[in-house]
Design a protein around this ligand. Structure first.
Ligand code: AMP
Ligand code: ZN
Length: 139
């Protein structure tokens, strides 16, 4: 464990070891969304705060397609703790506040894929935000 942390400190180039340790403990070393959150791979970031990041989806299926990604790593709703649930609800309430920035004025759809049958491909919970056009396919 201590060796892993040292490797991570060396790679990041940041100077605050405590902050790094905190980041490390709440993220997953191999998860693609955790890598985005740590700034290790690029993304088109639209918004971020202490709880979450909102990025453009790499393969949009609507005119505007964002992903709201909690900064804590947990795969599904079933695996989050009470604190993470509170953070997620705070983040969901941010969405209408960001209506202009995200082009949500005419309505939007939130989708959370959970598990294999739903087609979840990234096992770090995230909310798809779809907007900017009539969403013909109805749930
Ligand atoms: P899901 O199928 O619900 O797990 O959604 C995963 C989403 O992540 C898909 O819509 C992908 O297009 C998107 N995605 C995967 N990798 C990236 C990335 N590096 N940057 C932005 N979006 C991504
Ligand atoms: Zn993750």
């Amino acid at each position: 464990m201590s060796l892993k942390i040292l490797v991570y400190v060396g790679r990041s180039g940041k100077d605050c070891a405590l902050g790094l340790l905190e980041d490390y403990l709440m993220t997953d070393a191999t998860c693609i969304f955790c890598k985005i959150i740590r700034g290790e791979i690029p993304s088109k970031t639209i918004y971020q705060d202490d709880d979450c990041i909102i990025i453009e989806d790499l393969h949009p299926i609507a005119k505007y397609h964002y992903l709201l990604i909690p900064k804590q790593h947990y795969p599904t709703i079933g695996q989050m703790n009470d604190e993470e649930a509170e953070m997620l609800m705070r983040s969901i309430r941010r969405i209408p506040e960001l209506s202009e920035l995200l082009h949500l004025e005419n309505g939007y759809r939130l989708v959370i894929n959970q598990g294999e049958d739903a087609g979840q491909t990234v096992l770090h919970l995230h909310i798809h935000i779809l907007a900017g056009q009539p969403l013909d396919f109805k749930c």
